[in-house]
Write a protein that binds this ligand. Structure first.
Ligand SMILES: [Zn+2]
Length: 251
C-alpha cells in the first residue's frame, strides 16, 4: 500500500510532467465510452485503451455482470448505466470479459461459494433473470450456463487426467509423462471451456443491456453502439466479437 500512496501523492506532479490538462476537468465530463469490465486487478481499461482522464466512464463489477433492468431491484450498476447512456450520452458501450476470470470460472465450475454469500447471491441473481434475452429474442445464453454444459465439460476435463492403469511393461517415467500430458490436455480443455464461457457471458451482458430502456431507445435511433470484448490477461491481446460470424477475433 505504501508505494501506492506515494504514487498518489506524486500524481499531480506526474500528470503535469506528462502534459495532462486536469484543470478543464472541473467543468465537467463528456466521455464517449462506457466501459464495463470485471473488477479484476489485472484488467485496467484506461491502461489497455490508453485513455486519459475524462475519456472512459467505467463500471466494474465482479464478473463484468450487468444486472437485468428492474426498477423493483435498484442497483448501482443500473444507475451507472442509465446515467452514462441517458445523461452523459456516451456513443459506445464496451463489455469486456477476460481470461482467467474467477467469477465466471466459479459459475462454470460450480464452485462452493458458501464463504462468500454476497458474491454467491450476486452471481446467482445474474444467472436467474433473463429479461433482456427474452426482450431481444436472442438465444438465452444464461440458461445455457444454468444448464451448465460448460460445467460438464470442465468437470470432465478435470477428471480426465485420472490415474492410468499401470501394466508390467510401463515404467514410472512413462506413466508420469502420460499423466503430465493428460493433465496438460485437461488444463487446456478447462481453459478452452472458460474462454468460451467468458465470451458467451459477455454476449449475455450485451443482451441485458438491450433490456435497459435508455439503451434500447439509443440503439433504435442509431446513436449508440454495443461492443463485446475479451481481454487475455497474460498476453494483453484484446478480442472483439464479430456479430457477422459470431466469433471473437483480435482487434
Ligand atoms: Zn473477472
Amino acid at each position: 500500500m505504501h508505494s501506492l500512496i506515494e504514487h498518489a501523492r506524486a500524481f499531480p506532479a506526474r500528470a503535469d510532467a506528462d502534459g495532462w490538462q486536469l484543470a478543464p476537468l472541473a467543468a465537467g465530463q463528456s466521455p464517449q465510452v462506457l466501459f464495463i469490465s470485471c473488477s479484476d486487478s489485472r484488467v485496467i481499461p484506461s491502461l489497455i485503451c490508453r485513455a486519459l482522464p475524462g475519456e472512459l466512464f467505467e463500471l466494474r463489477t465482479a464478473g463484468n455482470i450487468v444486472p437485468a433492468y428492474s426498477l423493483d431491484r435498484p442497483s448501482g450498476e443500473a444507475a451507472t448505466i442509465e446515467f452514462a447512456v441517458q445523461v452523459l450520452r456516451v456513443n459506445d458501450i464496451v463489455v469486456c470479459g477476460h481470461s482467467h476470470c474467477g467469477a465466471v470460472g466459479a459459475l462454470v465450475r460450480g464452485d462452493d461459494l458458501t464463504t462468500v454469500p454476497a458474491l454467491a447471491r450476486w452471481l446467482a441473481d445474474t444467472t436467474a433473470h433473463h429479461t433482456a434475452s427474452e426482450n431481444t429474442g436472442r438465444p438465452d445464453t444464461d440458461s445455457q450456463n444454468t444448464d451448465r454444459p460448460d460445467t460438464d465439460r470442465a468437470d470432465t476435463g478435470r477428471r480426465a487426467p485420472g490415474i492410468p492403469q499401470q501394466t508390467a511393461h510401463e515404467t514410472t517415467a512413462e506413466t508420469t509423462a502420460e499423466t503430465t500430458a493428460e493433465t496438460a490436455d485437461a488444463t487446456a480443455d478447462d481453459e478452452t471451456a472458460l474462454t468460451a464461457a467468458v465470451q458467451r457471458h459477455v454476449l449475455t451482458q450485451l443482451d441485458r443491456l438491450r433490456g435497459y430502456p435508455a439503451v434500447r431507445t439509443r440503439l433504435a435511433d442509431g446513436t449508440l453502439t454495443l461492443h463485446g470484448w475479451y481481454y487475455q490477461v497474460h498476453t494483453g491481446t484484446v478480442y472483439a466479437h464479430r456479430p457477422c460470424d459470431d466469433t471473437f477475433t483480435p482487434l
